[in-house]
Design a protein around this ligand. Structure first.
Ligand code: PEP
Length: 251
């Protein structure tokens, strides 16, 4: 049984005061939620204050990226052991904004995934096609290549604990969502690749999140799909009330 994971990606939003006020608010709102794992990935500078502010709650924190080396002369970078050492469990890796704006490739995604595991972090590996790729009918080729290259060299134990996020690039921040059926088709396809890589039993343990304009009015139908195990939520995670609605998806 895969425990649903609802993860918020705050991207480059919020001031320090807003972070603290959000934390106080969300703790109250979701204190009774037991059967959903809740994660917030703020900008690096807010991870530690957020951990402190959320310490009496079950809400976890993650980072939005992680560097592929563990330490050294890499000005401006942050490594997995650093992130893990402050009590963080997860790192988003290969988000489409990193791929599109910061030159992330499948090869660097793979290096970050290995670094995350070395540093005891769980990577949330993002994959997804662009609009041009979908229209050209290459969605499955693109996603397969991203999954295989991003996860190359992992063993079955690592495979069992990782998280995948399928985020069609055309749906991120655009208000356009894949229909639940479109999303399920790709999620089912990803699970078959995971089965090929790690075996069927392990593939059944891996959570595959959907991301791309997830909101209160579409989360229920998405979560009703058999291979959708949670959501990676950008814009709608910035407001505690709308994030709460997503966390309280209807089964
Ligand atoms: C994201 O940033 O991963 C995302 C899915 O954003 P949004 O929910 O705003 O589309």
């Amino acid at each position: 049984m895969r425990k649903p994971l609802i993860a918020g990606n705050w991207k480059m939003f919020k001031t320090y005061d807003e972070v603290l006020s959000y934390a106080g608010d969300i703790i109250q709102r979701i204190s009774d939620v037991k059967d959903v794992e809740i994660l917030i990935c703020p900008p690096y500078v807010y991870i530690h204050p957020l951990i402190e502010a959320l310490k009496d709650s079950a809400v976890k924190t993650g980072s939005q990226n992680v560097f592929w080396e563990d330490s050294g002369a890499f000005t401006g970078e942050v490594s997995a052991p650093m992130i893990a050492s402050i009590g963080t469990e997860y790192s988003i890796v290969g988000h489409s904004e990193r791929r599109q704006l910061f030159g992330e490739t499948d090869e660097t995604v793979g290096r970050r995934v290995h670094a995350a595991f070395r540093g005891s972090l769980t990577p949330i590996v993002c994959v997804g096609e662009t609009l041009a790729e979908r229209e050209a009918g290459t969605t499955f080729d693109v996603v397969e290549s991203q999954v295989r290259k991003g996860l190359a060299g992992l063993d079955a134990d690592q495979g069992a604990s990782l998280v995948i996020a399928y985020e069609p690039v055309w749906a991120i921040g655009t208000g356009k969502t894949a229909t639940p059926e479109m999303a399920q088709e790709v999620h089912g396809f990803i699970r078959k690749i995971l089965s090929d890589l790690f075996g069927r039993e392990v593939s059944e343990q891996i959570r595959i999140l959907y991301g791309g304009s997830v909101k209160g009015d579409n989360i229920d139908a998405l979560m009703a799909q058999s291979d959708i195990d949670g959501a990676l939520v950008g814009g709608a995670s910035l407001d505690p009330a709308s994030f709460e609605r997503i966390i309280r998806f209807k089964r």
